[in-house]
Design a protein around this ligand. Structure first.
Ligand SMILES: C[S@@+](CC[C@H](N)C(=O)[O-])C[C@H]1O[C@@H](n2cnc3c(N)ncnc32)[C@H](O)[C@@H]1O
Length: 461
């Protein structure tokens, strides 16, 4: 129950209603600042984008070039535009005989005007002026494009933002999660009546002028009986839900259903499929694991984990005949021909990490970056920004500033960037000095995936 000082910002509604409401406010008022709240595997790193470009190049070369139009590549939910920039740059680099790059055109689609404003000033993307454009559109309602006109569709971490319902099975009956946003009366902006109205109407201009309020929202939950016959793709969903263990909240990503359906309609006769990278449960066993999370909040943004087995079933029911579902690092590994690990996972395997203060972890992360940078060379130039956390003592703050200053502009581009086994082994000497043992490094590369992981899905026919 909500505390008595809590003021409700609306009524109890199915979770997809409030999740999409709050996310359009989050993206609408923050723009590229979103990456202060979370990182993604493409916002600074280039390795996923390059793997996609390599794959696209090989497949496109074996096809006849488009006669009049170009091969249209669309990305839905584009963040800062780095994925598009690195995809295009890689394609231009490997296409020495001008067989593919001159014939493609990249369309960056996003619902948020602020996000698209940021994309237009992305300097890496500017190098490809004339090869891309932006379209403001909701990925759950992409009716503005010509059917069968697109050659490739890409999304990274958008399914988890799109409408998601939550289903719970209990003794053969199904219940749906309802949410209601509350805020402590003391945290409400001064003119609370005006705020409640602006919040309800998603008045982005006015809401953007207020001090940050998204973090102060408290979500109450409730479950109500539901009949699955009323849900989209009811037959596929009912068969899937039969396998649910009782009492475990299962995300049902209905917004992703629509995105996959639209991808099927938009992909043309010659196409290279719909590729998605996202975060969630890869297998039925993961879905049925007790206690695993099913949603997350980042600076107010509300994301749901993705139910990958169900989305594969939806893809099949829509007529996609070849569907790949694999861990994301497998996809990168195949491209690079070497095992890969995200840098943050490597640091998590340092023997002292469990007992370290947060600022000492930052120092270890920065020292690990500097150690790897002795052997790593990024094809792009850019210096990582690494501000000290609030509460960091003065001495450690100074150390963090110095380590950050020493980072190479051609070094590992992000704390979540992928590094290969070969790169880590080449930097073994400086890593050992930081306290890593060879067995820590091996276990970082061999650790079993968790019930909630990053997954690559590809739909083709
Ligand atoms: C988690 S961010 C990921 C951004 C980028 N793909 C990346 O991985 O760095 C989600 C992106 O999807 C956009 N987005 C969220 N909901 C959307 C919707 N319904 N339609 C179109 N774009 C949406 C947001 O504005 C944001 O750019």
């Amino acid at each position: 129950m909500a505390h008595k000082n809590m003021v409700s910002l609306g009524d109890f509604r199915p979770s997809d209603h409030w999740q999409t409401h709050i996310n359009s406010i989050f993206y609408g008022i923050k723009g590229p600042e979103i990456h202060n709240h979370f990182q993604t595997y493409v916002s600074l790193d280039y390795r996923l984008a390059h793997a996609l470009a390599n794959n696209f190049y090989v497949r496109a070369r074996s096809q006849q070039r488009p006669q009049s139009d170009k091969w249209l590549v669309q990305e839905w939910g584009v963040g800062n535009g780095n994925l598009a920039a690195c995809f295009l740059s890689r394609l231009r680099e490997i296409d020495r005989d001008d067989e593919v790059y001159p014939y493609i055109y990249y369309v960056l689609c996003d619902e948020s005007e602020e996000i698209l404003k940021g994309v237009k000033s992305n300097s890496r993307l500017m190098e490809h002026t004339g090869k891309f454009s932006t379209v403001r559109v909701n990925a759950e309602n992409l009716d503005c494009f010509r059917l069968h006109s697109v050659a490739k569709i890409i999304t990274n971490e958008i399914w988890d933002d799109l409408a998601t319902k939550v289903l719970l099975k209990h003794q053969g009956l199904y219940y749906e999660e309802y949410l209601c946003p509350f805020m402590d009366s003391e945290a409400l902006p001064e003119d609370s009546q005006a705020f409640l109205e602006q919040f309800k109407k998603k008045d982005l201009e006015k809401l953007a002028m207020l001090p940050n309020f998204l973090d102060a929202i408290h979500w109450e939950r409730d479950f109500q009986r539901v009949d699955l016959d009323d849900w989209p793709f009811a037959e596929t969903l009912k068969t899937h839900a039969e396998e649910f263990k009782d009492e475990i909240p299962m995300p049902i990503n209905t917004g992703a259903f629509l995105a996959i359906k639209k991808a099927r309609e938009l992909l043309g006769p010659v196409n290279f499929g719909y590729t998605s990278f996202d975060y969630g449960m890869k297998t039925m066993q993961d879905l049925n694991q007790e206690g695993r999370p099913y949603f997350n909040l980042y600076g107010g943004q509300y994301t749901f984990m993705v139910n990958f087995p169900l989305l594969e079933n939806i893809g099949q029911s829509l007529g996609f005949t070849k569907i790949i579902r694999e861990y994301q690092n497998q996809f990168v590994k195949k491209d690079l021909g070497s095992e890969v690990v995200s840098l943050v996972d490597l640091v998590q395997h340092h023997p002292h990490i469990p007992n370290m203060a947060p600022w000492d972890r930052d120092i270890l992360m920065l020292s690990t970056l500097n150690a790897l940078n002795t052997v790593y060379r990024s094809p792009y130039s850019g210096k990582l920004n690494y501000p000290a956390l609030e509460g960091t003592p003065k001495k450690q703050r100074k150390q963090i500033a110095l380590l950050t200053k020493n980072l190479s502009s051609r070094g590992v581009p992000d704390t979540v960037a992928y590094v290969t086994h070969d790169e880590v082994i080449a930097a073994l000497k400086p890593l050992r000095k930081l306290g890593y043992r060879e067995k820590d490094i091996q276990s970082a590369f061999q650790s079993p995936p968790s019930a909630v992981s990053f997954v690559h899905t590809q739909f083709s026919s």
